[in-house]
Design a binder for this molecule. Structure first.
Ligand code: FMN
Ligand code: FE2
Ligand code: FE2
Length: 401
């Protein structure tokens, strides 16, 4: 793409990545892609806000050249040290040795460790400013959104907030960089929630703190480091605030069920249909995932927003079926806590899945209401039990608040 002017002399200078399969080496983006957004402010002094991943380096430099000579850049603001925004840092320093990198004290220390660079570095903290000419940059510490060193940059004249990963989302930019120029934002909103649940969720408390701090600013545009630019900032702030609340106020979760199941020979799968039927008859939204066939990246958004979880899993070597254990492990590390849960599953001789499950649920603070197991194939009576279990669980969820 080419540089796109956002407001006079402020440009989007990002890269779309449509060929990487995994973000952070774990989250699938094969179909969706991702953008690394960098910005140029071309005033008397020239500043770049965040860089990009170390891919398509020539494209990135050519884009800068459309606006300014890259050798004349005065400042590179590093809102966040993660390599998807600093991959270009050595190249930038070679091209513009006079450049001053700007970030928090933590960023300075981490840059040295990650890149072993001896750079001009200016440490900033909340309230500090840098004048570029008519544009003035203000800095705000927003630690742990989602690394310890993160800051946000606000440009006073244009009233643009550059919050890096906060308010970001997966999804390469197609057609426009501005959210308001899309007829239908469903794809980007879903991908923003997937990104939130994969990357930011664990730090929801810090995210709410950052939102409260930044809400004091007169923000006209939010320009994050991944995904769309929001000229109606309230839209993305409200979404992020709601998602952060799911992590800090469990009662704000939505009425719905993430239905996780796995089955080797179909015995547990057979009951899945009955339990789901019981839930659906009561009008509860249900999203069903075969955990052995669905990457956890796509499961996390539902676990994050819905209050209920159904776990359908057989016993495997006296424990949970391994892909189910993996999903619960990831949920634990992402702090997907405080859910209402039921469980069912088949076993062959000894069982053991339930014994493996219970301490995991304790760690997650998930409240197990009921479970039932049967040996081998389900009987007609088991099918009925499954349906009744689904109905009771739906009633419980409806009466929750
Ligand atoms: C590799 C493997 C390991 C198993 N380990 C156990 C076990 O330790 N204890 C047990 O009760 N059943 C065990 N089973 C039996 C399954 O739990 C049983 O076949 C169950 O009906 C499978 O349900 P499914 O068809 O939904 O996968 C094992 C099955 C397999 C294939
Ligand atoms: Fe990041
Ligand atoms: Fe990022």
């Amino acid at each position: 793409m080419v540089c796109i002017e956002i407001t006079p002399n402020i440009y989007w200078n990002g890269l779309n990545d449509r060929t990487s399969d995994l973000f952070e080496g774990i989250w699938p983006i094969t179909k969706e892609g991702v953008s690394y957004n960098s910005y140029i402010i071309a005033d008397e002094k020239v500043a770049l806000i965040d860089l990009v991943k170390g891919i398509k380096t020539d494209d990135f430099l050519s884009q800068i050249e459309e606006v300014v000579d890259p050798a004349t850049v005065n400042y590179v603001i590093i809102n966040h040290m993660e390599p998807d925004h600093t991959g270009m840092i050595k190249t930038m320093q070679k091209i513009a040795p006079q450049v001053t990198f700007v970030g928090s004290e933590r960023t300075k220390q981490m840059l040295e460790k990650f890149y072993h660079l001896n750079t001009n570095f200016k440490v900033v903290k909340t309230g500090d400013t840098i004048e570029l000419g008519t544009h003035i940059l203000e800095f705000y510490d927003i630690p742990f959104v989602h690394w310890p060193e993160t800051i946000a940059t606000y440009e006073r004249t244009s009233k643009i907030l550059f919050p890096c990963d906060a308010f970001g989302g997966y999804g390469a930019l197609g057609g426009s960089i501005f959210a308001d120029e899309y007829e239908d934002l469903d794809f980007y909103k879903e991908e923003a929630l997937r990104y939130y649940s994969n990357i930011i969720a664990k730090f929801s408390r810090f995210t709410l703190k950052a939102i409260n701090l930044l809400k004091g600013l007169d923000i006209r545009i939010i320009a994050p480091s991944h995904g769309l630019i929001w000229r109606n900032p309230k839209e993305i702030i409200d979404l992020y605030e709601r998602w952060a609340r799911y992590g800090t106020e469990p009662e704000s979760a939505e009425e719905g069920v993430t239905f996780l199941y796995a089955s080797m020979y179909g015995n547990t799968e057979k009951l899945m249909g009955s339990v789901a039927q019981g839930l659906s008859q009561e009008g509860i939204p249900v999203k069903i995932f075969d955990v052995a066939r669905t990457h956890v990246s796509y499961i996390l958004p539902y676990l994050w927003k819905y209050r209920g979880v159904v776990i359908g899993t057989p016993t495997y070597e006296a424990k949970l079926f391994p892909p189910m254990a993996y999903v619960l492990d990831i949920a634990t590390s992402k702090r997907v806590i405080n859910k209402e849960v039921i469980r069912f599953g088949s076993y062959g001789w000894s069982g053991g899945a339930q014994r493996d499950l219970e301490p995991r649920l304790d760690k997650l603070k998930w409240n197990l209401l009921e479970f039932f197991e049967w040996q081998g194939g389900p009987t007609l009576e088991d099918f009925q039990k499954g349906e009744d279990l689904g109905k009771r669980f739906a009633q419980h969820l409806k009466n929750f608040n």
